[in-house]
Design a protein around this ligand. Sequence first.
Ligand SMILES: Cc1cc2nc3c(=O)[nH]c(=O)nc-3n(C[C@H](O)[C@H](O)[C@H](O)COP(=O)(O)OP(=O)(O)OC[C@H]3O[C@@H](n4cnc5c(N)ncnc54)[C@H](O)[C@@H]3O)c2cc1C
Ligand SMILES: *[C@@H]1O[C@H](CO)[C@@H](O)[C@H](O)[C@H]1NC(C)=O
Ligand SMILES: *[C@@H]1O[C@H](CO)[C@@H](O)[C@H](O)[C@H]1NC(C)=O
Length: 341
Amino acid sequence: MASPKVAVVGAGVIGLSTALCITETCPSCSVTVLSDQFSPNTTSDVAAGMLIPHIYPDTPIHRQKQWFQETFTYLFALSNSAEASEAGIHLVSGWQIFKSTPKEELPFWSDIVLGFRPMSEAELQKFPQHRFGQAFTTLKCDCPPYLLWLKKRLKATGTQMYTRKVADLWELHSEYDIVVNCTGMGAHQLVGDKQLFPVRGQVLKVHAPWVTQFIRDGDGLTYIYPGIHRVTLGGTREKGSWSLSPDAGTTKDIFDRCCSLEPSLQGAQDIKVKVGLRPSRQCVRVQREVLSKGGVKLPVVHNYGHGAGGFSVHRGTAKEAAHLVEECISALQSSSSRAKL
Ligand SMILES: Cc1cc2nc3c(=O)[nH]c(=O)nc-3n(C[C@H](O)[C@H](O)[C@H](O)COP(=O)(O)OP(=O)(O)OC[C@H]3O[C@@H](n4cnc5c(N)ncnc54)[C@H](O)[C@@H]3O)c2cc1C
Ligand SMILES: *[C@@H]1O[C@H](CO)[C@@H](O)[C@H](O)[C@H]1NC(C)=O
Ligand SMILES: *[C@@H]1O[C@H](CO)[C@@H](O)[C@H](O)[C@H]1NC(C)=O
């Protein structure tokens, strides 16, 4: 196989970054991205894109930590480059605050973000209802800019991108040697992965350029994440809800909760409401599988189920998926050379 043909299905942050990693680890591969939606119509476009990990209960912590470290290192370098503003990547400092002392005083990612420390008494005076807090600096990916930057990088490598809904992986086997599954919530319908469930999130994107520090209530429900152009206000976590329509009562509730943490948001303008379904699972599925039907084999690499923390680990899981694609290629090459003997 001079030039293995790889189809990446999905064009959210996971699909695009996985396609990019494959072009980096396998320059001879011919990569195609197939997706029924592109930016600005993916879940990834709704996200705030903050690099604060969410724990996947069934994924070993050392693996989650490595994914986060790789993602942080990659984006930190990008934030220090001339492309930072086009890519929508920037550093942001702020506070995670708690009404009582958290169970684990040091989250596993505390030595990866920058300058992690307990908040001082003086800082805590800003939050009279909270008793404890952590200050740190992390990175944020603004979307759509980051997705558009990934697309541009892919185009420069010659990657083809087509709008296409894939109803069944087998429809790809005659055209491609390997299929990479980055369909997010879409994996639920495709093969019926029953371990995957939606966690609905509603957010507001507002104009409030004076807000420059992030604030996150440690319960994860209320947050204020300033981006380059807009501030994301959240949020909700509604397990099992498939509704993509904004709820007016929820909008008011989010706004009130955020104003109670940052009263100056009363002056926010141009409020836009967005809803996304987090593709949630007890563990992210980054895995190789060989499907087989009537003697025909189709190697598949899965990379989905990133739930509430896809941005935080995307580069790490994309690299791992790209290595699995390399393994598939070696396996195909050794079986085709055996066949020639
Ligand atoms: C409100 C909200 C806030 C969030 N905030 C953060 C945050 O601050 N930090 C963080 O790390 N994470 C955050 N997340 C989580 C993050 O958005 C997700 O983990 C991430 O976007 C998942 O990316 P994905 O590429 O797997 O999915 P998606 O972005 O949903 O992409 C899936 C792609 O697959 C395509 N597809 C699906 N099925 C098919 C099919 N059958 N055929 C062809 N194409 C198909 C879709 O069209 C789409 O292009 C947030 C999520 C929400 C909802
Ligand atoms: C996003 O969805 C809208 C509404 O369905 C559609 O008009 C637009 O073309 C889509 N954009 C892309 C890039 O697919
Ligand atoms: C992705 O994986 C899911 C779960 O195994 C499966 O149902 C679906 O068909 C796969 N989709 C693609 C495009 O590979």
